[in-house]
Ligand binder design. Structure first.
Ligand code: BF8
Ligand code: SF4
Length: 626
């Protein structure tokens, strides 16, 4: 095996498909990354500004050239504004996804969304009651209509605080109130963030960053939380199910359809179509043994969590999966979809289809999905994918899939524990489990694919730290076998005993990136049961390979919620030592948690273990020296 491939990814399927890509002269994300080197140092440090057209401006980090932009903004202001705008974009992306689900719920309530229905009526009632909506004497559709309306109000300007903030422990809410960062409206905080970062508005780097925390909280406890809750209501609350992961999930003798993107609104309808009898018969008539639906990225995670649909890969696998020549159609919605995919697909027979009115891509056919036509459109596309099966050329599926268990919603985890967090708390108290860590986020060509996620997860579970993960991190650890039915063997003795007794893996798949809110809800349940704040718990977050603006928003709402969070790649902030110090030290006194940056996952594991032992000490629990 060529060393270059092994340097790019730790995954066997990735390495073999990189070889295939080179043979087929397909350019990948790694090639383009190398073509960009060296990347702009000013931008890497956050020291360039193009907010207005008196600029673009840049600050000389060596102190010899300009120290102010044309308007007079210094390094602190420019770095803070850039980070703020990343968070605003991330929060907007998640929250707009949440809004799309509200629209589906509303259309379901009005009988205009054939194919969709309420699948978890019990959760509908529970969430409605949190919004002050009584279910007495109302049918599900009436409740759904009222809930959709109430959730839309969370996006606006009529409220002093978002409804679901009430899920946070009382002590945490007091922290937010005292700082004035309890988010009011989901859209409002993003709009205000964009306003404050316009030239000549907020020029205090501290108050800018506080608003960024409020904006991030509007995502975590608002837009993303609504997205997750409504996805559960509309498509079912996840329960553990066995599935398979890596490129080996593609099947040579079946029609292979890949869904890519984030919103289950599209992929759930594709799944329905793939399971319909007449289309299965059509596939058989074309010589296919079946219709094989698999996911990549977060829409894949959504289907994996709820229906055990197989997962072909994470972010950096999205191009490579096409080089198998086995994908008859890839259907995308939005977010994290590389604009290169159409070009890659053009080398094979794969048909590429975009579906969202807000996301178009070169080399893709556009077939717009709306709640009222989605079921029908999905059927039409699956039919066309079947027709395309006969156009296949050579197929190369170089590996066997790995088995994995997914589907760990908070409801499932608490259910496995007998309905309360008490057994988990007892295990934490005794030290059988030392703590819990959420590993989240992406792949990034700066880091060998999956190396950060897998190394960190391995070290944590070996040391009796329960790992929950989401997004592309969750796919990475699944590919590495940490979610297999016998994965408890990889854990330290305490965690192994508990996982074996409960029949669960030591790394629990909690879903897509919007599902990071499940981690907030679980942390709140633990904090409430202990009568304490999230920031006192022996827990941490990590994003070892993050790349996206959404990941920055997630990191910021984790920290603002009191969760110490370790980032792999450095965010573009090193141009301002003031901003760096605030994020890595100063926030401790403000929100009781900080960011840390550590690209080496071995060192990140040590930092997290030390943090967990320190928190244990703080709670008066037995602690170890790390
Ligand atoms: O929302 S983990 S690369 S796919 S941003 Fe994207 Fe990152 Fe993957 Fe999911 Ni999340
Ligand atoms: Fe330059 Fe100021 Fe305009 Fe930014 S806002 S581009 S620093 S003049």
């Amino acid at each position: 095996m060529n060393d270059t491939y092994a340097g790019r990814t730790i995954t066997r399927d990735g390495q073999l498909l990189l070889e295939k890509a080179e043979k087929d002269r397909v350019e990948t994300v790694w090639d383009r990354f190398e073509n960009q080197l060296p990347q702009c140092g000013y931008c890497e440090m956050g020291l360039s500004c193009r907010i207005c057209v008196m600029g673009p401006c840049r600050i000389d980090p060596f102190g010899e050239g300009p120290q102010k932009g044309v308007c007079g903004a210094d390094a602190d202001i420019i770095v803070a504004r850039n980070l703020c705008r990343m968070i605003a974009a991330g929060a907007a992306s998640h929250s707009d996804h949440g809004r799309d689900l509200i629209e589906v719920l509303d259309e379901v309530a009005k009988g205009k969304a054939a194919g969709y229905r309420i699948r978890d009526a019990e959760k509908l009632k529970r969430v409605a009651s949190e919004y002050g909506i009584s279910s007495d004497g109302k049918d599900d559709l009436k409740i759904a209509e009222q809930l959709a309306y109430a959730m839309q109000e969370d996006f606006g300007t009529r409220k002093k605080a978002l409804t679901l903030l009430r899920r946070a422990p009382a002590k945490r809410r007091q922290v937010w109130d005292k700082l004035g960062i309890a988010p009011r409206g989901i859209d409002r905080e993003t709009a205000e963030m964009m306003h404050r970062t316009h030239m000549g508005v907020d020029n205090n780097w501290q108050s800018l960053l506080l608003q960024a925390l409020r904006n991030a909280l509007s995502d975590g406890w608002g837009g993303s939380m609504i997205a997750t809750e409504l996805s559960d209501i509309l498509f079912g609350t996840p329960k553990p199910a066995t599935t398979a992961v890596n490129v080996g999930v593609l099947k040579k003798d079946q029609v292979n359809i890949i869904v890519h993107g984030h919103n289950p609104v599209v992929s759930e309808m594709v799944l329905l179509a793939c399971r319909s009898e007449d289309l299965l018969q059509l596939a058989a008539s074309k010589g296919a043994a079946g219709i094989n639906l698999a996911g990549v990225c977060c829409t894949g995670n959504e289907l994996l969590m709820r229906s055990g649909v197989a997962m072909a890969g994470n972010h950096l696998t999205t191009e490579l999966v096409l080089t198998t020549g086995a994908v008859d159609m890839m259907i995308v919605d939005y977010q994290c979809i590389m604009p290169s995919l159409g070009t890659v697909a053009a080398c094979y027979h794969t048909r590429m289809v975009s579906t969202s009115d807000k996301a178009r891509f070169p080399g893709m056919e556009h077939r717009e999905f709306h709640p009222d036509n989605a079921a029908e459109e999905a059927r039409a596309l699956v039919k066309e994918a079947i027709e395309n099966f006969t156009n296949r050329g050579e197929v190369y599926i170089p590996v066997e899939p790995v088995n994995a268990v997914g589907g760990f919603s908070v409801e499932t985890i608490l259910g496995a524990l007998g309905g309360t967090p008490q057994p988990l708390i007892d295990a934490l108290k005794s030290g059988t489990i030392r703590g819990a860590v959420g590993i989240v986020g992406c792949n990034n060509p700066r880091i060998r694919q999956d190396f950060g996620h897998v190394t960190l997860a391995k070290r944590l579970i070996e040391n009796d730290i329960l790992v929950v993960d989401t997004g592309c991190a969750a796919v990475a650890t699944a590919k590495a076998g940490f979610k297999a039915s016998d994965a408890a063997q990889m854990a330290g003795p305490g965690l192994r005993g508990i996982c074996s007794a409960l029949g669960i893996p030591p790394v629990l798949h909690m879903g897509s990136c919007v599902d990071n809110v499940r981690i907030l809800v679980l942390a709140s349940a633990l904090a409430n049961a202990l009568g304490t704040d999230i920031s006192d718990l022996p827990i941490a977050g990590a994003a070892p390979e993050w790349y996206s603006e959404k990941a920055v928003a997630i990191g910021a709402y984790f920290v603002a919620s009191g969760v110490y969070t370790v980032l792999g790649p450095m965010p573009p902030v090193t141009g301002s030592m003031n901003v760096v110090k605030l994020l890595t030290e100063g926030l401790q006194d403000v929100v009781g948690a900080t960011f840390s940056v550590e690209p080496d996952p071995e060192k990140a594991a040590l930092a997290i273990r030390r943090h967990i032992e320190e928190k244990r000490r703080g709670l008066g629990l037995p602690a170890q020296k790390v």
